[in-house]
Design a protein around this ligand. Structure first.
Ligand code: GCU
Length: 126
């Protein structure tokens, strides 16, 4: 099964906060990254894995794209996190990403001034 890494144990760039004001999240909260280009949310995870699944909400009508990097290398650029219709409506975005055994740093970096969507967790699946 997947290993879940909650966003409340992630590292956020300046201005990001861990919030709990929009119901329906996993764990005790979610990451509200700063509304800025380059704003990021970063997890430390353990491989091996083949799939990364991000729980998120985007209550705006505009996608919130991010670059996904592994250990500092972008492996998926401009991945859209589409509108979920409300900040309390949570969905997932998945990407196939091969992670070797051992520790890895997964970072989502916003590519627009809107910053990232609200991020709830990262599931790492074998
Ligand atoms: C609202 C919402 C936040 C969200 C923010 C955004 O302020 O309450 O949870 O992060 O919009 O646009 O990013």
């Amino acid at each position: 099964g997947a290993s879940r890494y909650e966003a409340e144990s992630a590292s956020l760039s300046a201005g990001g906060t861990i919030d709990s004001n929009h119901a329906g999240f996993s764990g005790t909260g979610f990451a509200n990254g700063a509304n800025a280009i380059g704003s990021y949310v970063e997890w430390q995870v353990s491989g091996p894995a083949s799939t990364l699944t991000f729980g998120y909400a985007n209550g705006t009508t505009t996608a919130r794209p991010v670059d996904i990097s592994v250990d500092g290398t972008v492996v998926a650029a401009g991945v859209p996190f589409p509108s979920t219709g409300a900040w309390t409506t949570w969905s997932t975005v998945s990407r196939t990403v091969a992670l070797a055994a051992g520790p890895h740093t997964i970072r989502l970096t916003a590519t627009t001034a809107d910053g990232p969507a609200n991020l709830d967790y990262l599931d790492v699946s074998p």
